[in-house]
Design a protein around this ligand. Sequence first.
Ligand SMILES: NC(=O)c1ccc[n+]([C@@H]2O[C@H](COP(=O)([O-])OP(=O)(O)OC[C@H]3O[C@@H](n4cnc5c(N)ncnc54)[C@H](O)[C@@H]3O)[C@@H](O)[C@H]2O)c1
Length: 320
Amino acid sequence: MNKVRVAVLGYGHLGKWHCDKAAAHSDVADFVAIVEKFPAGQEAARAKHPNVKVVSDIDEVMNEIDAAVIVTPTSTHFELVSKLLKAGKHVFCEKPVCSNDEEANKLRELAANSKLVVQVGQSERFHQAWEALRDTFANLKAPYTVKINRFAAFKGRATDVDVIQDLGIHDLDLVNFLFPHKVQSIKSQAGYKIRTKNWDHAVLDLKLEGGSRAYVTIGRNGVKEVRDLEVMSADGCVYVDLFTNKIMLGTSSQYEDGSFVKEMDYPKRDHLMLEHTHFYDSILNHKKSIVPLEDGLRAVHLVDCALKSLETDSRINVKF
Ligand SMILES: NC(=O)c1ccc[n+]([C@@H]2O[C@H](COP(=O)([O-])OP(=O)(O)OC[C@H]3O[C@@H](n4cnc5c(N)ncnc54)[C@H](O)[C@@H]3O)[C@@H](O)[C@H]2O)c1
């Protein structure tokens, strides 16, 4: 295979962007189909991508593709990922890769020993800041304290799921991805249902191995956009503003210019583009997935633990 024949499933808010990225990879991917359930979306898809087949069900194009990108609502992910894997297709699924631990266990079983590429859309892993800070985080001495905040004004999107599944999954995955100590347990300190019947705001307290702690606050009813991460340890402070793309360090006794804080800007990147590039590269060159299924399933497990903690007001041990 020298080009991946790919379909994008879901032509909604994010699916439109995924289609643009699939089309932009014409050197490594043949963008053959858009699968969109509803006529309004199909019409918009045809207008924007006149050379791509637009259908309403994946079964109509299953024999014409090698891989699929799933950008449908979260409640459909388990069924679609299962169906595609059973049909022998490579899958790039938006986060969350499934809805709960029960589905996660079934997907794990289904994908065991498979040579298919499964990539999960944990897109917050793609900030350039994490590459700049990789050694700093890897060498952190426990105990350290991580604080992550992610607030946005209410947009009325993804209200079928709670804010932990929708946004918090990014931050729970970041704790898992960035820091050398594993999450042991989660206690939800507070949760509020403000605009929907699901949790719209949550404050999570994660215990990490070695006595470290991570506090994650996520909300979709904020009054301003905040996305930041701070790590405090005996070595000082590392702060990252993911919104303004700035790293601030207070880890040295004094910097060259005499100050106690060093500021660095880092370039904003097109995360979706990078995710597509890695997906096709993994398939064509038999490389390990950049965000493997197991990592997506762990993120789902962390969400499950946080939700159980909110429901039972107790600390929940993380199983894996
Ligand atoms: N990585 C990120 O930062 C990020 C950001 C936004 C959304 N997402 C994820 O992307 C997914 C989609 O979010 P969205 O905001 O685009 O939702 P959306 O509701 O705007 O779009 C979903 C589209 O899928 C279509 N659809 C539903 N079932 C289908 C099926 N079986 N086959 C084909 N099409 C189907 C719907 O008609 C709709 O057009 C969600 O799982 C969400 O969590 C991830």
